[in-house]
Design a protein around this ligand. Sequence first.
Ligand code: NAD
Length: 418
Amino acid sequence: MNSFAPNDPISSFEAVSWFFEEAANYLQLSDGIKDLLRNPWRVIHTQVPVRMNDGKINVFQGYRVQHNGARGPYKGGIRFHPDATRDDVTALSCLMTWKNALADVPFGGAKGGVQCDPSKMDLVELNSLTRRFTQNIEHILGPNRDIPAPDMGTNSQVMAWMMDAYGQINGHTPSIVTGKPIELGGSYGREAAPGKGAVIALSVWAKLVNYELKDRKVAIQGFGQVGKAAAENLIKLGCIIVAISDVNGGIYNSTGLNIDRLNEYFQENQTVVGFESSDAVSNRELIELPCDILVPAAISEVINSRNANSIKANVILEGANYPVTPAADKILNESGVAILPDILVNAGGVIVSYFEWVQNTQQFRWTEEHVNRELERYINDSVKTAYALSGSVQTLRHASYIVAVERVARAVELRGFV
Ligand code: NAD
């Protein structure tokens, strides 16, 4: 591992490439293979014009980036968010390649995004946006080519619209997307999988290093699909959730928040802000709160060189993709904070997406118990594999990248396409 790291700010793609480069150098990959694996295979940038309810036409920018398909069809979520730029989507597509390889699911990596603010659009506008985006990228999708899934700002309803738009051109094809509603061929356990999987990864790691989880205080940034399921599963392990946030701000109670009541409050108010018996904190303050475990489960780069020295947690569980910049990673590693990296920790979503794709292909439904048992088996294997290597290469992130990059490089070599 290099003893220096690039300073902030750097672009998301440069940052992800940095983590890749460290692994590629360790593996002594040739310059040609490094070039192939560092950069995406194909990038589509498309306009997504939508007639809004007021009659005006808004033109959004949409992207689908297919990073590497050596291990199988491209796979990765679709993000609807104002920050879904070409650079961010490209970085996220690389992470998907490494995540899928580390989890050992037979997929390559991709990511998609439309730069928009879904909170300012109603269902009719979002349906139009989804359909137009799907039509524009349909020619590169397919159950054996590229299979989208939900990500930030999208959900099972958006996947249902995507499946329908794709089906209008190609015929009914449930396996074209994962993360669908159960009624349309979705898998039991998919919705909770990314958050649940993160907590399984934490508990496997905790057993390996003898870290007691009971009564640990946890702060979670993000109360969406990942943050909510993470909170619910952490409580089952005896952890105390002291802080939680969403895009509007955060709440803090040093003795613990009642997550069942918070769920009810969120249903009614669509925000955690203003919840009973809690103090208001900003998203920025949440990162630096006194706690044992910090779970970034919203946006990227929230832990960076500006706040890394002020972090009180001694464990960081990366529910979000790329929440820690390389500069912060270095500071935290040097101060002994254990970081459980995104490509290892938040693979639960894509693992159960893989199970959904398998079920669709076989036209057979698994029980939720079966899904969860298999999820646990996959995460158990990947955490133990990365942990075993981390002793000799210093960090879990570096070890995770080495395992993933080696698997993809080997697939490229075996296929003989260069
Ligand atoms: P989501 O849309 O369900 O929830 C996102 C949460 O982040 C919401 O609470 C939202 O209010 C909050 N948020 C949005 N912008 C914010 C900002 N600027 N500051 C603070 N909070 C903000 O999304 P999700 O599916 O839970 O994804 C969260 C993260 O986890 C993302 O980084 C995503 O890439 C990653 N992830 C998601 C999945 C999945 O299957 N959903 C799988 C792996 C990783």
